[in-house]
Design a protein around this ligand. Structure first.
Ligand code: GDP
Length: 526
């Protein structure tokens, strides 16, 4: 198969959702459709307590962080689908955000009873940075949930994206009957008790087909016909171009637990979601089907076991093809490396890959030489852009248990920040060391790694920082003036960039109003 064909059949996506909306359950069903598992309920170590390997540190085991579920590749209807995991519970971190810069589309999962929740709003903002096309799955229709039209309204209002329902639910909760597909003009009937296998479904063609009235009951059929009139007036028709521009989302209803409707979404993903897209780099834009391999690192996962200091760097291939033994240049360092043992993620197993293509993710073993944002090429000097740091939302002051270890602490934190494990800030006005993160687990990981890898024993104390912004100005004079005026709130991050640490959101707002010449940025390019 040609490189063009390999690229064209790839779909690389991630799921964005608030915790408990059903991301894990959907992932499981997707693997069922990808024929990777025979029976759902076998994927996840997190809740069942099963783990593939035994040598992780306790914390890693307890929290269920696993390299194996970071990326899952499966075949579906002629496509090769890559699903990138976006850690959501305690293991939520900046990596969750950064993973979204490595996908070509995203699936938004909404709990139909809860509607749009806070984490989804935030993840959607990250998708907006690249206008990533979004599909939507409205989940848990087997429960008593909110009215569909109301949920769509909320998505349109809060997330500012047009909704194009592809399927529409008939009934809900105990009387959930199935969904009507607006594009195909067919009704697919729901059967309970098929959550663990690929469903056998009955389809009825046509909205006015008497079989429909008979199958779901005349009252439900009538209600469906009435509602659809309303829906058509209140929502948008599917438009591929607007979807690809990130302006419109196709919406599917169903129940992940009952394994119903997930396949409709997957069909939509394979049919409409984009194949690997061209990507901007410093010197030019790189097309996905260029023959030479390029890629960038968006995530580094440390093996917490001190006996295996192995870290896996996750690389998104942006062009060409990986072949065992390929020689790549790490552009930042200018060094050439031969890669013989990259990992692939078929079915959640760690396998050595022979080849991988643009759009795929491979895992590189590394001992601290690779950083987040690193570009690899077959020799060309280019760096991919659009792989940012995100402003942290949680802050703690680091306190050394042994004050003599201050030098090691600075070294360790600077390195861990480069790797993307945390962010570190050094205020201008005192000698504090402040850690920033977007998920609480990051603090524990950093403390454990400081101890294990740098011999530094530390603890955390609360600090009055609510949020941070990288600051920039058009010219140096403005910047210098701002530095004097805002001195007490300013810090340098691990890479030396000036950052405004705001004790409250209101303080940030006031600072922004008071200094209109200063740019307060929520992201910083690596
Ligand atoms: P995640 O946090 O987004 O990964 O959510 P999970 O997939 O772990 O689901 C959270 C909870 O919701 C679990 O108890 C699931 O069994 C349940 N759940 C997921 N999908 C459905 C659904 O379609 N219907 C019902 N009733 N429960 C669901």
């Amino acid at each position: 198969m040609s490189l063009q064909d390999q690229v064209a059949k790839r779909r690389t996506f991630a799921i964005i959702s608030h915790p408990d909306a059903g991301k894990t359950t959907i992932t499981e069903k997707l693997l069922l459709y990808g024929n990777l598992i025979q029976s759902a309920g076998t994927v996840k170590g997190k809740k069942s307590g099963k783990h593939a390997t035994s040598d992780w540190m306790e914390m890693e085991k307890e929290r269920g962080i696993s390299v194996t579920t970071s990326v899952m590749q499966f075949p579906y209807k002629g496509a090769t689908v890559n699903l990138l995991d976006t850690p959501g519970h305690a293991d939520f971190s900046e990596d969750t955000y950064r993973t979204l810069t490595a996908v070509d589309s995203a699936l938004m999962v909404i709990d139909a009873a809860k509607g749009v929740e806070e984490r989804t709003v935030k993840l959607m903002e990250v998708c907006r940075l690249r206008d990533t096309p979004i599909l939507t799955f409205i989940n848990k229709l087997d429960r008593d949930v909110r009215d569909g039209i109301e949920v769509l309204d909320e998505i349109e209002d809060v997330l500012n994206i047009e909704c194009a329902p592809i399927t529409w639910p008939i009934g809900m909760g105990k009387s959930f009957k199935g969904v009507y597909n607006l594009l195909r003009d067919t009704t697919v009937l729901y059967k309970t008790g098929q959550g663990h296998t690929v469903q056998d479904v009955r389809e009825i063609q046509g909205l006015n087909n008497p079989e429909l009235d008979e199958a779901v009951g005349a009252a439900y059929a009538e209600e469906l016909r009435d509602t659809l009139e309303l829906v058509q007036g209140a929502s948008h028709e599917f438009d591929l171009e607007r979807f690809l521009a990130g302006k419109l989302t196709p919406v599917f209803f169903g129940t992940a637990l009952g394994n119903f409707g997930v396949d409709h979404m997957l069909d939509g993903l394979v049919e409409w979601a984009p194949a690997p897209q061209p990507r901007d780099a410093t010197s030019r834009t790189v097309a996905a089907d260029e023959p030479k391999m390029t890629g960038f690192v968006f995530k580094i996962q440390a093996n917490m076991d001190p006996k295996h200091r192995d870290r896996v760097a996750f690389m998104r291939i942006c062009s060409g093809k990986y072949q065992k033994g390929i020689k790549l240049k790490q552009v930042r360092t200018g060094k050439d490396v031969r890669i013989a043992d990259a990992l692939t993620f078929l079915a959640g197993e760690r396998d050595n890959v022979e080849e991988a293509f643009s759009g795929d993710i491979i895992g590189l073993h590394n001992h601290g030489t690779i950083q987040i944002g690193d570009t690899f090429t077959e020799g060309e000097d280019l760096n991919f852009t659009g792989i940012p740091h995100f402003a942290p939302e949680l802050f703690q002051r680091v306190v050394l248990n042994d004050p003599l270890k201050s030098k090691q602490l600075h070294k360790g934190l600077t390195q861990l920040a480069e790797e993307g494990a945390t962010q570190v800030f050094f205020p201008l006005r005192n000698n504090d060391v402040i850690l920033g993160a977007v998920g609480t687990l990051q603090f524990d990981v950093v403390a454990a790694r400081l101890k294990g890898e740098y011999g530094v024993d530390c603890r955390y104390e609360p600090v009055s920082v609510a949020t941070a912004r990288w600051v920039e100005a058009e010219n140096e004079r403005e910047m210098a003036a701002f530095e004097r005026k805002a001195h007490d709130n300013l810090a340098r991050d691990g890479a030396g960039h000036l950052t405004y640490l705001a004790p409250t959101r209101v303080n940030l707002q006031l600072a922004e109003e008071r200094h209109p010449d200063i740019l307060f940025r929520e992201t910083r390019e690596i």
